[in-house]
Design a protein around this ligand. Structure first.
Ligand SMILES: [Zn+2]
Length: 387
C-alpha cells in the first residue's frame, strides 16, 4: 500500500478496477483506512465530472461520494489532518513505552486533535510528568523512526517488542521502531523522525478507577505549555508569591482549608439555634458565615422529627439556605421555594428538608421566619373563622 511505502505522499493517480454502487476497488491508495487508534484518512477523488469526498474502507475498496465513470482517478489526501495524526501516533509510541516501563498496560488509544490513552497499572503523576519530559527531549534529539515487516515466527527475536500477539491474525507483523527507545507492533502511519512532532504536551490526566492521559502535539502543544505556564505565573504573582514557592504556597492553603473545615464542623455541632415561638410552632433559626452543611442538616432534621418545629439556617460562605420542618408543616416547602425564587435563587429537596442558593443567607433566614409565622397565623385565623 502506498500509505506505507510513501507515507508523505499527498496525491496519486490510480486505476478503478471494479465498481459496486458507490464503492470502488482501486489499484492502490494513499488513504489509511483507520485502525490501531488512528482514524481513517479524509480524502478527495478527482474525477472528470467533479471532486468528491472519499475514504478507504479497507482492502482497497473506497467509498466515493459521487459518480466517477473514469478509468483512472486522482486521490488527494487531507494532508494537514493526516500529518497531525501521524505525529500524534508516533508521540503516543514514544510516550507510552516510557509508561509501560513503569508498569502501565495499554487499554485503548484514540488519536485526534486531542488524543487519549486509556490504560491500566500503577503509574504515578510523577511518572507521567517525567515521561512527558523525556518525550520532549527525544523530539529535540531527533530520534529516527522506521517501520519494517517480519514473519510472526520471528517475534521471539524481538524480546523488547510491544505486541498483543493474540490479537494478530496475519502471518506478517509490522514493527515500528523509535531509535534506541521502542519497538512496537503497529499498522498505523508514523513520521520518520521524532523532530517532526515539534512539541508534546499532556493536557489531561485521570488516575482514578479509570486511568487516562490526554495529549496534543505540534504547535498546539507549544501553545498549551505556554498557556498553562502563563496561567500559573499570573495566579502566583497576583498574590505576591514567587514561582519558587508554589508548592509550599498551595500546601499551606490546603492545610489551612482542612483546619477550617474541622473548625466549621466543631462550631456547627455546638452552636445554638435561636428559638422563637409562633403560636404552637417553634421556629429555630441560625446563620453562620462559615459552617458544615451536613452537620447542620443532621441537627435540623433531628429537631424537626422530634418537635412541632421549623428550622431555618444559612451558610454565608456557601451562599446556601436550608429548611427542615416537622411533617405537619409540608406547606413550608412551597413558601420556602417561593421566597427563594423571588430573591433570584433556586433550590429543591426531598423528605422534610429543602435547600437552595441565595446571595444573602442571613437576611433570607430573617425574611423566611417572618413569612412562615405570618402564614401560620393566617391559617389559624382561617380555621378559627370557620368555627
Ligand atoms: Zn503506531
Amino acid at each position: 500500500m502506498l500509505y506505507y511505502q510513501e507515507p508523505y505522499r499527498k496525491e496519486v493517480e490510480v486505476k478503478i478496477l471494479k465498481r459496486e454502487g458507490n464503492r470502488y476497488l482501486l489499484s492502490d491508495t494513499i488513504l489509511y483506512p483507520g485502525g490501531g487508534g488512528q482514524p481513517a484518512d479524509r480524502g478527495y477523488a478527482i474525477c472528470s465530472n467533479g471532486k468528491f469526498e472519499m475514504r478507504h474502507m479497507g482492502n482497497l475498496w473506497h467509498e466515493i461520494g459521487g459518480d466517477c465513470r473514469d478509468e483512472k482517478i486522482k486521490i488527494i489526501l487531507d494532508w494537514e489532518y493526516r500529518y497531525y495524526l501521524m505525529r500524534s501516533h508516533t508521540a503516543e509510541h514514544a510516550f507510552f513505552r516510557i509508561l509501560e516501563n513503569e508498569g502501565a498496560r495499554m487499554g485503548k488509544v484514540a488519536l485526534g486533535e486531542i488524543s487519549s490513552i486509556i490504560f491500566e497499572g500503577d503509574v504515578s503523576l510523577e511518572d507521567i510528568m517525567e515521561a512527558e519530559r523525556k518525550v520532549r527531549n527525544m523530539i529535540k534529539e531527533g530520534r529516527k523512526v522506521r517501520a519494517f515487516w517480519i514473519d510472526k515466527k520471528e517475534v521471539r527475536n524481538y524480546p523488547q517488542l510491544r505486541i498483543k500477539i493474540e490479537r494478530i491474525k496475519d502471518d506478517r507483523i509490522r514493527i515500528v521502531e523509535i531509535e534506541d527507545h521502542d519497538l512496537s507492533a503497529c499498522k498505523g502511519v508514523h513520521v520518520r523522525n521524532l523532530s517532526e512532532i515539534e512539541d508534546f504536551c499532556v493536557v489531561g490526566v485521570r488516575l482514578g478507577k479509570k486511568k487516562e492521559v490526554k495529549f496534543v502535539v505540534g504547535e498546539m502543544a507549544r501553545e498549551k505549555h505556554f498557556e498553562y505556564s502563563q496561567k500559573l505565573r499570573k495566579l502566583m504573582w497576583e498574590r505576591n508569591q514567587s514561582m519558587d514557592s508554589i508548592e509550599s504556597y498551595i500546601g499551606n492553603l490546603e492545610r489551612e482549608n482542612v483546619e477550617l473545615n474541622e473548625f466549621a464542623k466543631r462550631i456547627s455541632n455546638v452552636v445554638d439555634f435561636q428559638i422563637e415561638q409562633c403560636g404552637e410552632l417553634k421556629i429555630y433559626s441560625l446563620y453562620l458565615p462559615f459552617g458544615d452543611y451536613k452537620v447542620l442538616q443532621r441537627r435540623a432534621m433531628e429537631i424537626a422529627n422530634q418537635e412541632d418545629a421549623v428550622i431555618f439556617y444559612g451558610l454565608g460562605e456557601k451562599s446556601v439556605v436550608c429548611v427542615a420542618y416537622n411533617s405537619r408543616y409540608q406547606w413550608v416547602k412551597d413558601e420556602f421555594l417561593k421566597l427563594l425564587r423571588m430573591r433570584g435563587g433556586r433550590g429543591g429537596g426531598k423528605g422534610n428538608f429543602v435547600s437552595g442558593s441565595d446571595r444573602d443567607p442571613e437576611s433570607f433566614v430573617q425574611e423566611a421566619k417572618k413569612i412562615i409565622c405570618d402564614k401560620l397565623i393566617q391559617l389559624d385565623g382561617g380555621e378559627n373563622g370557620a368555627h
